[in-house]
Each structure stands twice: as C-alpha cells, then as structure tokens.
Design a protein around this ligand. Structure first.
Ligand code: CA
Ligand code: CA
Ligand code: CA
Ligand code: CA
Length: 297
C-alpha cells in the first residue's frame, strides 16, 4: 500500500474510533466523590444549557444542549432540602438527599449523589431499586421496613462497608465501586450493567427505579426506626418531610427509563405521571435513551 493510502486508511480508522467514542455518555467517571473536569455535566442555566430541575423534579441534560462537560447525557433529580426525617443523625444534612444523577455507558451505570452536608461518610446507606422484569421482591432488603411500588430484581447498596446489589431479600453480591467525600458532600457509584440484568441494546426494555436513603449502622445494616419505615429521605414528589411519603410504609414513587437501541447516549427524555398518555413521550432526534418517570399510588 502506498504511503498515501496508508494515511487515508489511518484517517478512516481514526474517524471511526472518534465516532464510536462520541456515542459514549460518560466514558470517564472516576469514582472518587469529586466532580472532576469533564466528568459530569455543568454550565446549567447558561449558554443554552437548561437550568437544573426545580425541587422534587427531574430532567435530562445533554452536552448537545450547550451544557459543558462530557459528551452525552444525564438524568438529574433535584430533591427538596431539609425534608429528611430526624430519627437518626438528628435530622442533619447527612441524611438529606439533595441531588441524584444517573448516566450510563455500555458497561456501567454511574450515579452521582449529593447530600446537603456530609459530616460522616459512615452515615449514609444508599439503596437504588431497579425493576428489570416481572415479579420480584416488593420491599427493600436489609430489614428496611419499606415497601416498593414494584417487585425489584436488583437493589444497589452503597455505604462505607459494602458496595453491590441484592437480587432478593437474602442474596447480596459485592461488585462495583462507590466512594464518599465529606468535603464535596458527594457519593459516586459505578455498577456493571452485566450484574444488573440490564442488557444493551435494550430498545424494548424499560426499567423502573426507586431511590431511598437510610441510616447506615454497624455490620452494614440499616438503622431501625421502631414500628415504621426506616427511610430517612427518598426520591418522591411528595412535598414536605419524607415522613409524608413513607409513613404508610411504602415508597410509592418511581421513575421509569427506557433505553433505546443505541445504549450509550442518554438523551431523550420525557417526564410524565401515570395519568399522562404514554404517547406524550418525547423522543429527541436520534438519541438513544428514552426516559420517563411515573408516580404510582
Ligand atoms: Ca468523580
Ligand atoms: Ca432531601
Ligand atoms: Ca420486577
Ligand atoms: Ca407512601
């Protein structure tokens, strides 16, 4: 092959690699409890990038909207502050979920979870329930005394003693990574999709998510609150204190995500309630991840 042809071939290969990389939502997430450069989206509310969601609401944000940071997209939930229960940690910011982000690439789900004020990384027990199939267990594991609006196939657990997932109330698998940073008030979690029963492409699949923050106690258990749910803060649209949602023993709120044939770019979004027609789902261009969230009562 002539030098010119070699150069042309190398150029084509390079271009193809670039195209492939561009498709990744987050090729780099360093699980260190910090928002490193170009790791998570930023620039909200300027340059075309929409403002962050209002309290107790979510949105999909994408680098192609003018947001700065990595190429790709994120689901972002803004949680009310000061809504945590006071049974443990005296109602401090250690139990107060502030922001929840989710992104994916074709290998991992990545989470960025911000609290109002982490003074002790041993305080938080993060639980993320995922519904990937019919059936499943309808209450959080580890004696959480909290029911779910669906039967889960996985509950991701992250705290300073354990990182992994439950497949039912008695089976825990240690896998993935998590890291807490009490200076940034951030937890980052990375969990391999292969362990979660989530496959790519998954154009026909939708996955329900429900998120609860518990108090973490010795032996990686959940701090008990006698006679009621042990959830200190949750993702829900219920206003006021978290007790308004969990006093009935059930976290009723979940959000639903559907992943398109191209798994690696989270970029289509539609928030909806159960009462809204499914047809309202908005597909943005050729993007890959459809997301909706719903409230179930
Ligand atoms: Ca990081
Ligand atoms: Ca909160
Ligand atoms: Ca299920
Ligand atoms: Ca409830």
């Amino acid at each position: 092959m002539s030098p010119k042809l070699w150069k042309l071939a190398l150029f084509i290969v390079g271009a193809l690699l670039l195209v492939t990389n561009v498709a990744f939502a987050h090729p780099i997430v360093n699980v260190n409890g910090q928002k490193d450069t170009n790791e998570w989206l930023d620039g909200f509310g300027s340059g075309g990038c929409p403002a962050l969601p209002i309290t107790n609401a979510s949105g999909i944000y994408n680098s192609n909207q003018g947001c700065t940071g990595p190429t790709g997209s994120e689901f972002i939930w803004t949680d009310a502050t000061g809504d945590q229960r006071t049974d443990h940690w005296g109602g401090t910011g250690n139990m107060d979920l502030k922001e929840f982000r989710l992104t994916a690439d074709d290998t991992y789900l990545n989470f960025l979870i911000e609290f109002s004020d982490i003074t002790n990384c041993n305080a938080q027990y993060i639980a993320i329930a995922i519904d990937t199939a019919s059936g499943g267990t309808t209450y959080f594991p580890d004696d959480a005394d909290t029911n779910l609006p669906f039967g889960y196939e996985r509950v991701i657990e992250a705290n300073t003693g354990a990182t992994g997932y439950w497949t039912d109330n008695s089976t825990f698998t240690s896998v993935g990574e998590s890291h807490c940073n009490d200076s940034t008030n951030l937890w980052e979690i990375r969990m391999p999709l292969s362990g979660l029963g989530m496959s790519w492409p998954a154009s026909s699949g939708t996955y329900n998510f429900a998120v609860a923050i518990f108090c973490h106690q010795w032996q990686d258990q959940i701090c008990d609150v006698g006679g009621s749910s042990d959830a200190m803060d949750v993702i829900t649209t219920y206003s006021g204190n978290t007790w308004n949602e969990v006093s009935d023993g059930t976290l009723d709120y979940s959000f639903t995500m559907s992943f398109g044939p191209n798994p690696v770019t989270l970029a289509s979004a539609r928030a909806r309630t159960a009462a809204w027609p499914l047809a309202a789902a908005l597909i943005v261009g050729s993007v890959a991840l459809g997301m909706a969230w719903r409230r179930r009562r």
